[in-house]
Design a protein around this ligand. Sequence first.
Ligand SMILES: Nc1ncnc2c1ncn2[C@@H]1O[C@H](COP(=O)(O)OP(=O)(O)OP(=O)(O)O)[C@@H](O)[C@H]1O
Length: 224
Amino acid sequence: MPALAVEALEVRFPGLATPALAIAHLTVESGARLGLTGPSGSGKTTLVNLVTGLERAGRGRLAWDGTDIARLSEGRRDRWRAANVGLVMQDFHLFDGLSARDNVLLPLRLSRLSLPAGAGAEADRLLARVGIERRDQKVETLSRGQKQRVAVARALIARPGILVADEPTASLDAEAGATVASLLLELATEAKATLIVASHDPRLLERLDRVVRLEAGRIRETGG
Ligand SMILES: Nc1ncnc2c1ncn2[C@@H]1O[C@H](COP(=O)(O)OP(=O)(O)OP(=O)(O)O)[C@@H](O)[C@H]1O
C-alpha cells in the first residue's frame, strides 16, 4: 500500500479565480524520498500544509496509510501530526532563549505530561548525529546552518514515519545547505521515514528519488 494517496484534491482561496492546488492523483510509496518544485506561487507550500495536516483541503482525499487526514477533526489532526510528522521549515522555527537540547525535546514536552524514558539520550544522539557539540548553547547564538541542523534533530525526536521539509536550504549558504541536505537524506533513510521536500535547490532535488513539478497548482511533470 502506498504511504500517501491523494485523489481529486482541490484547494481554493478567496480572491483566486483558479484553484491554488488541483491534484487529480498522486501516490508516494512508504520510505520514498520525494521532491516538490515549481515556480513561486505554484502551490508547493499549500501542498506541504495539506500533507502535514496543517490545513485541510476543500475537496478530495489525502490519506496516509489509509487515514484520510482531511476527515479528522482539528484536534485529532494535531495529535496525528505530533505522532507521525517531523517538520523542517525554511526559517528554522526554533525557540530563542532555549538551548539546542531543549529545542529538540520541545515536541515531546508539548505532546505529553512528562518526557518518556530515554528522551534525553535520544536528543543527545540526534544532536551528535547532526554535528552539534555544544548542546547547551542557546539557539539564538547558533549559525544559520547550525540552527537548521538542530531543526532536523528536533524533527526526528518523536521518531516520525513522515519527514517534511519546506525550503530547508533556501536561507543557508551553499556549504551549510549541502550539509543540511545530506543530513535530511541520511536521517530519513536511517529512520525509514518517507521524506517530502519542497525546494528550488537543484543540488538537493537531484539527490531525491523522484521530483514532482507544480505549475499553477497542477502537476506538470514528474521525474528524478
Ligand atoms: N491563505 C491564503 N489566502 C489566499 N491565497 C493564498 C493563501 N495561501 C496561498 N495562497 C495563494 O495560493 C497560491 C499558492 O501559494 P503557495 O504558497 O502554495 O506557493 P509556493 O509554490 O509555495 O510559492 P513560493 O515558492 O513562493 O513559496 C499563490 O497564488 C498564493 O498567493
